[in-house]
Ligand binder design. Structure first.
Ligand SMILES: Cc1cc2nc3c(=O)[nH]c(=O)nc-3n(C[C@H](O)[C@H](O)[C@H](O)COP(=O)(O)O)c2cc1C
Length: 440
């Protein structure tokens, strides 16, 4: 018997120009990315499909002043609107779907954040989630304090979240009375006068918002470093996993998360682990074979498109370089993450391999059926998901623009197959996002 898994959609480009650069999505359908109906339409489809959640990526900054042009020119790095403010529109359009908005503790004070999230948790019927990220590159927008290091940013996030939780608990048992007979609404004696004086934040409570009927907003985290996993173990309800989908790697990743949960005094089952995957689903195995074969020999325009995306991710302009020359040692500045450089260069030698070789390797696609990539039919993709379930997997995050065309392309054939195999639930629970994540 197949194992039920949780499904989510990862809106990887954030609340920005959906489908930009793809005329079929962007122009002919005439959706306006700044208006809610594009996302509401897609959110309804996800809910109908039995997805637990929609997760919206975000970065508050356009990047460093020297590299802004590479980020915005093709809209890979911005503009982006604030996903927290999109969430109420999505809640209004749906009844059971969870919405996880990305938040950065650098960008909002704990008291303000606790109050806003409390408001949304009430408004949504406990369907709010927060993807807590620790990007430090945007620090200059919030103060002139020196930028924090990688681990310190996690320390600050932990203090911030602890502060939010203290404020959310500041209405103790018995504080809310709401007795129509006596006319008493609340009992101030039961309010906790939180006083927080920490390393990064100082504030007092109690919070001017009601306690939650069925629990806090769900916390998601995407970090994969030692410190990031420690944060997840202590704080997260859902971990966004990015790792090769081999049996060994999936099992190792899961074991690591279970270990950090136990180390923090929690149960392994307290954290839903969801692997992020971006499949290209096509209608036949022949079509998949054709796409994969063509990708081995990409044309100039494909390479240029990949160069544009990489320029944004790496905050370094690759588009004006000679494709047939090597980048050379020391090409990237200190601001570029080693992980991003590794993703571009792979195991080639940066001193001798040409830029064309790097971009060609990125262009190369593989088939789902032989596990060399993610191009395949819905049935082949369902086989992969079923296999993940056999290895104990909890959930899948499908990755893409939140555009009705993209959503349909992925879901139309896949959902019936997953349902028939007992991998995707037929109905969501009415008790909110955490209830859905804990329902199996
Ligand atoms: C599925 C997924 C979603 C992510 N979403 C965001 C995001 O919305 N905003 C962001 O700044 N970083 C995002 N990240 C990056 C992480 O916040 C983090 O920088 C990265 O995983 C490295 O963390 P580490 O240094 O702890 O390994 C995401 C990562 C993954 C795998």
């Amino acid at each position: 018997m197949s194992r039920l898994q949780h499904f989510g959609w990862f809106l990887a480009r954030g609340f920005g120009p959906q489908g930009w650069g793809n005329p079929a999505l962007e122009w002919e359908w005439e959706w306006d990315w700044t208006r809610p109906d594009l996302y509401q339409q897609s959110a309804r489809e996800l809910e109908r499909a039995g997805f637990d959640l929609l997760l919206i990526e975000d970065a508050p900054s356009l990047g460093s002043p020297e590299t802004i042009d590479t980020r915005v020119r093709h809209a890979f790095g911005g503009p982006k609107h604030d996903p927290l403010l999109l969430a109420p529109y999505l809640f209004a359009a749906t009844e059971r779907l969870g919405v996880i908005s990305t938040v950065n503790p650098a960008a909002s004070l704990p008291y303000t954040a606790a109050r806003q999230f409390a408001t949304l948790q009430h408004l949504s019927g406990s369907r709010l989630g927060l993807n807590v990220v620790t990007d430090t590159g945007s620090a200059r927008h919030f103060s002139d304090a020196p930028q924090l290091g990688h681990d310190e940013a996690y320390d600050r996030a932990e203090e911030w979240l602890g502060g939010l939780r203290a404020l959310w608990r500041s209405w103790g048992d018995g504080a809310l009375v709401a007795d129509r007979g006596t006319g008493v609404y609340a009992d101030g004696e039961h309010l906790e006068h939180v006083r927080h004086r920490g390393e990064y934040f100082a504030f007092d409570g109690p919070l001017n918002a009601l306690p939650f009927p069925v629990g806090d907003p769900v916390i998601a985290s995407p970090g994969g470093s030692g410190r990031g996993l420690g944060f997840a173990g202590a704080n997260s309800d859902i971990q966004l996993a990015l790792a090769p989908l081999t049996e060994r790697s999936v099992k190792e990743y899961r074991a690591k998360i279970h270990e950090v949960a136990l180390a923090a005094g929690r149960e392994p089952s307290d954290i839903t682990i969801a692997f992020a995957i971006q499949p290209t689903i096509v209608s036949s195995a022949e079509e998949a074979d054709r796409i994969v074969a063509a990708s081995a020999d990409p044309d100039e325009e494909t390479l240029r498109t990949i160069a544009r995306r990489q320029s944004s991710d790496l905050e370094t302009d690759l588009t004006s370089l000679d494709l047939d020359a090597p980048l050379g040692e020391g090409f990237f500045g200190q601001h570029v993450s080693q992980g991003s450089i590794r993703r571009l260069v792979g195991d080639r030698d940066i001193a001798t391999a040409t830029l064309r070789a790097h971009l060609t390797a990125l262009a190369r696609l593989g088939r789902i059926s032989d596990r060399t990539g993610f191009v395949g039919t819905a049935a082949e993709f369902a086989d992969l998901i079923e296999e993940l379930g056999e290895w104990g997997n909890d959930g899948i995050l499908l990755w893409g623009d939140l555009h009705p065309v993209t959503v349909h392309r992925v879901l139309d054939d896949l959902v019936p197959i997953l349902r028939r195999r007992g991998i995707l639930r037929r109905e969501l629970d009415s008790g909110g996002l955490r209830a859905n994540l804990r329902s199996f």
